[in-house]
Design a protein around this ligand. Structure first.
Ligand code: MN
Length: 251
């Protein structure tokens, strides 16, 4: 089995090290990841300047770009194999609910899915630096074997959120839906040393809606959350409503 591992926390983050170490018992693992933190970069791709990829160990590359850049450069240029699976993570901090749209971790898995390669994004739901990456990595090793064996539905990848708990304390995995975060004012609004106003988007302890079956609820109860995501964002239910509008090029 050939696996590509990437992330958005940077090639030296503890999460990616734990993940790659656990997956190496399944086959060949190549790590191609940003050379620095790229969290909240979303699905950005670098078009306006060249990128460098430095090999820093056997099958480990540091790329001066985004997670999406990493997946592209890995598959098209760096690797001498096509991966059977792409795993992105383990992110420091959860990627649940609406936050998945900001996530570089999730976007790397999205990019692999666009290329037709099965993909998993995995995040450790921690408010701090995270303590239990190894426990999450062991679960992902098991899940990776299942994904290779069973395949994934078309256009679908898995977004995994693991509570930051020791292995023996993790509750069974639950298949979940994307939940809803409750937004609170978290933007710092101050005056800089030159007397000019600045804004700094922060994050405060997230609160979430108690939607039964959601990723947030599962993780808050100590379960591993598995959300199947797909890339087609079309809201099919709204298409008929919009078709009833009277729209014309003639008026
Ligand atoms: Mn991150």
């Amino acid at each position: 089995m050939n696996i590509l591992v990437t992330n958005d926390d940077g090639v030296n983050a503890p999460g990616i090290t734990a993940l790659a170490t656990a997956l190496r018992s399944l086959g060949r693992v190549a790590v191609v990841a940003p050379d620095r933190e790229q969290s909240a970069i979303g699905h950005a791709i670098t078009l306006h300047h060249p990128l460098r990829a430095d090999q820093i160990a056997d099958d480990v590359y540091a790329v001066s770009g985004t997670p999406t850049d990493c997946v592209n450069i890995a598959i098209h240029n760096l690797l001498d194999f096509k991966p059977d699976l792409v795993v992105s993570g383990i992110n420091r901090g959860a990627n649940m609910g609406d936050d998945v749209t900001y996530s570089g971790t999730v976007s790397a898995a999205m990019e692999a899915t666009l290329m037709g390669i099965p993909a998993i994004a995995v995040s450790l739901a921690t408010a701090g630096e995270g303590s239990n990456y190894d426990a999450a990595a062991l679960f992902i090793r098991q899940l990776a074997q299942q994904v290779i064996k069973q395949g994934l539905p078309p256009d679908t990848f898995l977004n995994i959120n693991v509570p930051d708990l020791p292995r023996g304390c993790l509750k069974q995995p639950i298949i979940t839906r994307q939940g809803k975060k409750q937004y609170q004012g978290a933007i710092v609004d101050k005056i800089d040393p030159r007397g000019r106003q600045y804004y700094w988007i922060g994050s405060i302890d997230p609160t979430f809606e108690e939607i039964e079956g959601s990723d947030y609820v599962a993780v808050s109860r100590g379960h591993i959350s598995i959300t199947p995501l797909h890339l087609d964002l079309t809201n099919y239910a709204s298409m008929d409503i919009l078709r009833s509008w009277e729209l014309s090029t003639q008026s």
